[in-house]
Design a protein around this ligand. Structure first.
Ligand SMILES: [Zn+2]
Length: 289
């Protein structure tokens, strides 16, 4: 059987040790989450929503004018025809301005920054955990890394564009529904504000979830490259842990056999983490409770 990276490095440590009997597998300190990077990403995605919203607000006085034109002409039931062309044209201009915020260069820069920093942070955590547990300084070639990061960037680019598209369709829906239902302009503005708030929450949720997913994915790929076959499921041990995950605390899982909802950190906003379980591959006792 071919030795894995971790088995080889560990054997070398044992062989060069003064007293190999003293070498034990220790319990690791908790893996830290890239909170600062998550905050950065949330801030960037929310600021794009803000900027595009400001563009939209800049056109609101024109929309109000069109609204009163429609309302003044046809009390009662409104047929959206010629005036709605004017409204369509106005919205189109505003949406094009909003699209400028979501240009490829900016999205590329933001996702690149988030992906690279998460990767560096994650690598340091994995190296630290292996060092704490068995005293070796893990070195991986990570040939898969650049492809993995560009895949994540692509997915995120499309998620970010989705935030913008959904926002635009919510905004035009608020206006058209408002006109159809004969709402006051103030009420339409209230609906617009609700769409904005909803979009902010969406952007935040996506940003948090995506940093967590990338961090968790890199944990798996790095452990698997090292030759780690299983992990101990660790929760944050607080009230927010979902019941399904609470019952997995301290249990050993195989990387090749994920539970129904995925490995730690894969389910939406899951904060659990995978501590490498080394007892099986190093033929040593390891307590994992
Ligand atoms: Zn969890």
């Amino acid at each position: 059987m071919v030795e894995s990276i971790i088995q080889k490095q560990f054997r070398q440590r044992v062989e060069s040790s003064f007293n190999p009997k003293l070498i034990k597998i220790r319990k690791s300190t908790p893996m830290r989450f890239p909170k600062a990077i998550e905050d950065y990403y949330v801030k960037q995605l929310k600021s794009m929503v803000d900027k595009s919203y400001r563009y939209f607000l800049s056109g609101l006085p024109d929309i109000r004018e069109i609204y009163y034109k429609i309302k003044g002409k046809r009390p009662g039931v409104i047929k959206l025809d010629d005036d709605s062309d004017e409204l369509n044209a106005e919205l189109l201009v505003l949406f094009l301005m909003m699209n400028n915020v979501y240009n490829k260069n900016d999205i590329d820069r933001i996702t690149e920054q988030a992906a690279k920093s998460t990767s560096v942070f994650n690598r340091n955590q994995i190296v630290k955990i292996i060092m704490t547990k068995i005293g070796i300084s893990l070195f991986l070639s990570e040939d898969w890394l650049s492809e993995e990061l560009s895949l994540w960037k692509k997915q995120n680019e499309s998620l970010i564009l989705n935030i913008s598209n959904k926002f635009k369709s919510d905004l035009s829906e608020s206006i058209y529904r408002g006109i159809r239902e004969w709402k006051s302009f103030d009420d339409i503005v209230k609906d617009i504000r609700v769409s904005y708030k909803k979009t902010q929450r969406r952007a935040e949720l996506i940003a948090r979830d995506q940093i967590g997913k990338l961090d968790s994915q890199l944990t798996m790929l790095r452990q698997v490259e090292a030759g780690v076959k299983s992990y101990v499921w660790n929760t944050k041990r607080d009230k927010r842990v979902r019941p399904d995950h609470r019952s997995r605390q301290g249990k050993v899982f195989k990387w090749s056999k994920p539970p129904f909802d995925g490995h730690p950190g894969q389910p939406v906003l899951c904060r659990c983490w995978a501590e490498p379980y080394l007892g099986d591959i190093l033929n040593m006792p390891e307590s994992h409770i």
